[in-house]
Design a protein around this ligand. Structure first.
Ligand code: CTP
Ligand code: CA
Length: 221
């Protein structure tokens, strides 16, 4: 008998960066490697969860037993995540662009004689995590990440409350050997009445430890 609370549960994970196109050859992106989200999806599937991974543009293989949906932009990721609901658990590990170009130029943007600068107009993207947490098909557990500088804990608590999350995993960015691009990370996991420090450890080990917390807090079936 499989006694893992995650067995048979529906888990949706977002991972990686998003790329926001400016013209046919250029885009705005970020340095997310997708490793944390892929490790979470792999660990969830290994525990018997029915796992969908909505992945931005990354150079990573699909973990065993995971259904993968590839997307490029924040808007595409939003649609793919919403289409993957209902689920028991949503874990938003993607580094979603907060802003996207107001228009995508059909032709390559050219330099013009006499112009010594270029001003881009950007517009806000929809907040996928907040929309999942506020949706009619709200998963029983909604878990976010928070990439922070400065007062990491206070900033992450604000996201926990503001987006109506069950858990937030905060990590300090802008320090060496942690966060984006790295194989290792350290997470501060905050919930209502919960404060746990995980790591520094490999993203694989962090994913397993995070899913232990998730499984404990999942309401009984
Ligand atoms: N997120 C999301 N959709 C967005 C922006 C963020 O789903 N359009 C999710 C991320 O996947 C992450 C969480 O929200 O789980 C926090 O992302 P983060 O960039 O740290 O925070 P923001 O809410 O975007 O706030 P800011 O960047 O201004 O600190
Ligand atoms: Ca952001």
């Amino acid at each position: 008998m499989n006694t893992d609370g995650l067995a048979g549960r529906r888990v949706v994970v977002s991972a990686g960066p998003t790329f926001e196109d400016l013209d046919p050859v250029r885009f705005l992106g970020n340095r997310s490697s997708g490793k944390m989200g892929f490790a979470i999806a792999a660990a969830a599937a290994a525990r018997g969860a029915r796992t969908t991974l909505v992945a931005g543009p990354v150079a990573l293989g699909t973990p065993e037993g995971v259904e993968r949906v590839d997307v490029r932009s924040a808007a595409q990721m939003h649609s793919a995540v919403m289409a993957a609901l209902p689920a028991d658990i949503f874990i938003g590990a993607a580094a979603v662009a907060d802003f996207t170009p107001a228009t995508v130029a059909a032709e390559k943007i050219k330099k013009r004689p006499g112009e010594d600068g270029l001003v881009l107009q950007l517009v806000r993207t929809a907040d996928i995590l907040a929309d999942v947490a506020g949706s009619e098909a709200r998963p029983a557990l909604v878990v976010g990440f928070a990439a922070e500088t400065g007062d990491v804990e206070a900033n992450a608590r604000a996201k926990l409350e503001g987006k109506r999350l069950d858990l937030v995993c905060a990590n300090r960015v802008g320090v060496e050997g942690s966060g984006f691009e790295s194989d290792d990370n350290a997470l501060l996991v905050l919930g209502h009445g919960l404060r746990v420090e995980l790591g520094p450890a490999s993203k694989t080990d962090l994913a397993v430890a995070l899913l232990d917390i998730v499984a404990q807090r999942l309401p009984a079936r």
